[in-house]
Design a protein around this ligand. Sequence first.
Ligand code: GLC
Length: 572
Amino acid sequence: MRHSWQKEAIIYQIYPRSFQDTDGDGVGDLRGILQRLDYLQALGVTVLWLSPIFASPNADNGYDVSDYRAIQPEFGTMRDFDELLAEAHARGLKIILDLVVNHSSDEHEWFRESRKSKDNPFRDFYVWKPAKSANLIPSEGIKPATNVPARDEVDDEYLPNNWQSLFGGSAWTWDEATGEFYLHLFVEKQPDLNWENPRLRREVYDLMRFWLDKGVDGFRLDVVPFFSKPLTFPDYPPERFADLSAYANGPRIHEFLREMHDEVWSNYDALNVGEGVGVRAEDANLYVSESRRELQMLYHFDHAVPRDEARFLDPAPEFSLVQMKQITRRWDEALGDDGWQSVYFGNHDNPRMLSRFGDPVRFPYESATMLATVLLTLRGTPSLYQGDEIGMTNCPFEAVNEFDDVQVRNAYDALVRRGGGDEAQFLVAANRIARDHARTPFQWDDSPNAGFTTGSPWLKVNLNFGQGVNAAEETAPKSILNFYRNLIELRKRTPALVYGHYRDVRPDDNAVWLYEREWEGETWVIACNFTGETQEVELEGEVRFGNYTTGATSATLRPYESRVAFQKKANS
Ligand code: GLC
């Protein structure tokens, strides 16, 4: 396997809106990130992934871009960005940006042009379809302005197909100006770009080069498997809409990614990571095998929280440890020595990992550090999410209007307001699965608003900042943050933890995750207790790291205990 800095990287995802506000408007900004670079450097991460910082009307918090070459004004200016990049580089930190080019905002110049007329030069930058029934629009003799029906007069039967938006409702919106529908796999303010159009693709490669030439170190590619659509736009059986692969892996996706590689990646020593939504393990190497020259790595959704609309009344049970191990094995085997992935337990699209897999009430320190141990010792480039390193948890939302996320709001409209579902039940579900849990402001200290802002925060601050869940906990005897720092150190100086083969020692054990990483005659054994009870394990080797300071030699793992032990194989 080829070694590279991308594989050795430790990514830290920043959600800029919620990281640090410096101008008192309640929204995080670039100068806030700048101010916290020393913190990030001391943590030891090597790559900062910034969720979108481009101009956006915020229909989906920046994942709806209206200008790919401009900084979102509420985050700052291009000068702020240049300074941030230079200061990050001066500290040995790289920065990757979030490339959201499956769709743009409907306020992007391309879309404003595209919707003007059917012969506009930008028409084909988006996916337009006529209504299904020819009767809707008599084609001869009548001028469009007089025969195009208004939006509320167009019935569902005229929709080009039955595709559903991932955020609820039809994936098609009728546009009166030209009397056609446009496609949006997300909300209607996120029209899908038409990757079939070579001019659009050239524009995308250009804007990527614009940022890479500035010195940016790469991109995370938003919903990359959705870029290519099946050109027949077939109806799908309704049950497929809960399945993320319905829209993924279209017929030309690999052609597009190879082209992007040749046009862009091949000229830069950059990092790229695809959001592997809807990619199955068996197909992963089609994207990331080195010989295919497409992407370097992607991250899968097999352990992500199922969050399609129906789940907001009926959430799926959490994955068991045995299921997590199965998923991990499946991906590790499928990637083999040829492919690579990024591993994560939380991001801006999932609830907090500590609330999902740990016990933030009884064992906050032990379970947060145990989860960190797994995250930083699996094979793959780890991606940490802001706040996990200080033990941030899901936030109790007391009413539906406290949520901000468009997905929650759309699901509420569909299921409760229009569908008559039970509001209390909805609230319970959203409190488990909503994306907002990951988006509450970063908790820096115990001053007002957790030190995030002097103004009024755009999203509720989790009140547990006053109970020690904040970055000032580094002075406590049991500090999650210090544990992360030391563990990151260990990973950085231990190639076996980056490149070593993964072997699941007890696949059927639902309490302890016990695995080995083997590399050039060295074996590291990692044992993690996923329960609040003691567990017995046979653990050979010298314990080099763990989250309990004493008594790490017995065969008993205490609640949420994690250990990393080293064995030298005599015969190799
Ligand atoms: C990706 C992003 C998510 C966003 C969606 C639409 O899944 O991670 O936050 O809502 O794409 O851009």
